[in-house]
Design a protein around this ligand. Structure first.
Ligand code: NAP
Length: 248
């Protein structure tokens, strides 16, 4: 049984992805800031018949990341799949965006994905097989109030393509999933910031989406599941928009 790490897996897209990869037959390391929240998701997976364990780590902190990946390798198995999903928002128009709004978002999404990938790739290289999936966003194409987030999500696309080039010869693929509007706590926070109820934001977004519905975490988990499979080995360095239409 191969081991998969999913970061930010205590809720939302990460939790759905952890559940999906467990159903696909991976032993899943559920990684999030809070140990109890990670354990809660892992216990749910175990109850459903899958194999999972909860781990706590701050993906933006190198020591925390290295310790967590070592512990995962010792207790669950050497990771061969990594899903860089942990994320935060600190939305603001550029003229109001603080240094810390910028640094926090870039640290968690970009630095976090770099640190996790650097720590996990050694196990994939040793095995001669690996799958890295990074969570980008339609915001990479530009989104009002998200200079920090769109820069990080566009940066992740370049990061993904470079990983594909460097690690491809070693049996490792790297791809990105770029979700559109997905119903999670993250988009619920966006509604609050905009002074809307969550239902109002959903209605507004659905009007713009060709598929005429909001996305759910399982939509993204299904795309990640494809990239994690053995049969996707010739798909490398791609960005898949999962947004109910050609773009956000
Ligand atoms: P979410 O519900 O806010 O969940 C994000 C998770 O990441 C939370 O459990 C959070 O923990 C964790 N996290 C935050 N900082 C972390 C850190 N430093 N180390 C470890 N874990 C950390 O978000 P989501 O909507 O599921 O989004 C998941 C990913 O998809 C993100 O990368 C997001 O940018 C991307 N995405 C989402 C959408 C959407 O519409 N929802 C669209 C495009 C892209 P805490 O709860 O403790 O903060």
């Amino acid at each position: 049984m191969k081991t998969a790490i999913v970061t930010g897996a205590a809720r939302g897209i990460g939790a759905a992805t952890a559940q999906r990869l467990a159903a696909d037959g991976f032993a899943v390391a559920v990684v999030d800031l809070d140990q109890a929240a990670s354990d809660h998701v892992a216990e749910g997976i175990s109850r459903a018949g899958g194999q999972a364990r909860g781990f706590s780590a701050d993906v933006s902190d190198a020591a925390s990341v290295d310790a967590a990946v070592d512990l995962i390798a010792e207790t669950l198995g050497a990771p061969q799949v990594l899903v860089n999903n942990a994320g935060v928002l600190r939305d603001n128009l550029l003229f109001k965006m603080s240094d810390s709004d910028w640094d926090t978002v870039v640290s968690v999404h970009l630095r976090g994905s770099f640190l996790m990938t650097r720590a996990a790739q050694q196990h994939m290289v040793k095995a001669g097989w690996g799958r890295i999936v990074n969570l980008s966003s339609t915001s990479a194409l530009g989104n009002r109030g998200q200079a920090n987030y769109s820069a990080a999500k566009a940066g992740l696309q370049g990061f993904t393509k470079t990983l594909a080039v460097e690690l491809g010869p070693l049996g490792i693929t790297a791809n990105a999933v770029a979700p559109g509007f997905i119903q999670t706590d993250m988009t619920r926070t966006t509604a609050e910031r905009m002074g809307l109820t969550f239902d109002q934001l959903i209605e507004h977004q659905v009007a713009l989406i060709p598929a005429k519905r909001a996305g759910v975490p399982e939509d993204i988990a299904a795309a990640v599941s494809f990239f994690a499979r053995d049969e996707s080995s010739f798909v490398n360095g791609q960005v898949l928009y999962v947004a109910g239409g050609p773009h956000g």
